[in-house]
Design a protein around this ligand. Structure first.
Ligand SMILES: Nc1ncnc2c1ncn2[C@@H]1O[C@H](COP(=O)(O)OP(=O)(O)O)[C@@H](O)[C@H]1O
Ligand SMILES: CC(C)(COP(=O)(O)O)[C@@H](O)C(=O)NCCC(=O)O
Length: 419
């Protein structure tokens, strides 16, 4: 499949490949952010295999091999798995790794010492903050990869390798974007995590962090929690579905006596001032419905990020803006607001696009970095299919996730080779 290989043309200096045992788990990678821990790993599974033309082959060791630089590697079949945990509940992540036996190829030996070589790739601030905790609890060394390198690595990988990864979202319409591999760069990558980073991406490993804002996903969740007393992020997002921001936001029409300010293209329904109505009314927080507060807040933050993104795209003449990070959560209203902001400010010149694996860019970047020296490299040869189970892991329970949320406990079928 064209463009679905990664690192396939690399020069390899020594031959041979260490075949994984069936169902063996390997290449665990973490992105430990300010709010969430994202985890990615590969599991080998011989129950299916698909050749380059998409034909399924029988169970058992693959007859297919891939050649690079006169060396021959057997192709392995399996899945890339995704999971996430709250950073404040890092112990649940430790327990997941332990219970799924992710460090020992699917088999757990309490006594087995974890050697330096068996350390795992980790990125995000938590790779520093929690290094000792992972060492003490799992005997595990976190091999730190730079967060921005990983975001870009993950985004480039997804855009090139995963079919239907990027899409636009406007007026309730989702449209997948065909990525032209020869015309991908430059683009602006906006990662909306706890805070927001904006990167101008010019190629594989070629990028600059051009801006950022501290008003991000953490702001929405933190302020939203204080203002609405919501107990979880999902609850806050659900509340925002039912709210009406016009109850709290001051609109152009509120200021202009119901009229547009048409000379400057401001419709009467445009928000003139987020939360602006709260100053002019003799009301306390309790007098507002939490639904309306949640909606206003989501709109304010999404709009602001959309606008700053546009300004940065304008700075560098970029037309394509890809948004990632778990703030988005595939949420219609969030994506719509960001898209409208980009469209409005750029007068239709720039396009906001979203990524199906939005929150896993950093973790995937760390996962892909196993290809680099010192470790048994894992090269993704082909991604084949995608299955979503719409469930998330928390302790020993599986919870169903938000409708349309494709990221929890999902896995992607793939073929790989190890070097
Ligand atoms: N289950 C959740 N719990 C908390 N925050 C969530 C959840 N799902 C999405 N979010 C949002 O995603 C943000 C974190 O996004 P993420 O990309 O993981 O960033 P970070 O790397 O900073 O943790 C949170 O600040 C919040 O806005
Ligand atoms: C410091 C961070 C890179 C950490 O990443 P995160 O855990 O938020 O994903 C990010 O929060 C950020 O870019 N904050 C904005 C800082 C600024 O440019 O103002």
């Amino acid at each position: 499949m064209e463009g679905r290989s990664s690192g396939i043309e690399r020069n390899l200096e020594d031959g041979g490949s260490k075949a994984l045992a069936p169902d063996e788990i390997s290449h665990l990678a973490l992105d430990i952010g300010g709010t969430l821990i994202k985890l990615v790993y590969f599991s080998r599974n011989d129950s299916w295999s698909v050749d380059d033309k998409g034909a399924k082959s029988p169970k058992g060791d693959s007859p297919l091999r891939v050649s690079c630089s006169n060396l021959d590697y057997p192709i392995l079949y399996g899945r890339i798995h995704f999971a996430k945990f709250e950073t404040s509940k890092v112990n649940e992540c430790l327990e997941f790794i332990r219970s799924k036996k992710l460090l020992h190829g699917g088999r757990w030996h309490h006594e087995a010492p974890v050697s330096d070589k068996n350390g795992i790739k980790a990125t995000g601030g938590g790779a520093y903050k929690f290094a000792d905790l992972f060492k003490e609890n799992l005997g595990l060394n976190l091999d730190k990869e730079d967060e921005m390198d990983c975001l870009v690595g993950g985004a480039n990988f997804l855009l090139k390798a995963v079919h239907h990864e990027a899409f636009t979202y406007m007026d309730g319409q989702k449209e997948f974007v065909q990525i032209d591999h020869n015309d991908l760069y430059p683009y602006l990558l906006v990662n909306i995590g706890s805070g927001v980073s904006m990167l101008k991406v010019d190629g594989d490993g070629k990028f600059e962090r051009v801006s950022g804002t501290n008003v991000g996903g953490g702001t929405f969740w933190g302020l939203g929690r204080l203002l609405t007393k919501c107990k979880s992020f999902d609850e806050l997002l659900q509340l925002s579905h039912q709210g009406n921001n016009r109850v709290i936001d001051m609109l152009v029409g509120d200021i202009y006596g119901g009229m547009d300010y048409s000379k400057f293209g401001l419709a009467s329904t445009t928000i003139a001032s987020s939360f602006g109505k709260a100053i002019s009314e003799n009301k306390e927080l309790e007098d507002y419905r939490p639904e309306d507060v949640a909606r206003s807040l989501l709109r304010m933050i999404s709009n602001n990020i959309g606008q700053i993104s546009y300004l940065n795209a304008l700075r560098f003449g970029l037309k394509r803006i890809f948004f990632g990070g778990f703030f988005i959560r595939g949420h219609a209203y969030t994506m719509d607001t960001i898209s409208v902001a980009v469209h409005f400010w750029s007068k239709g010149e720039a396009k906001a696009m979203f990524l199906r694996h939005e929150g896993f860019l950093g973790a995937l970047g760390a996962f892909m970095s196993y290809e680099k020296n010192n470790y048994d490299g894992l090269v993704v040869h082909q991604l084949v299919e995608q299955v979503s189970t719409s469930a998330s892991y928390s302790g020993d329970k599986i919870h169903s996730s938000l409708a349309g949320d494709l990221n929890d406990n999902e896995s992607i079928g793939c073929s790989v080779y190890t070097t």
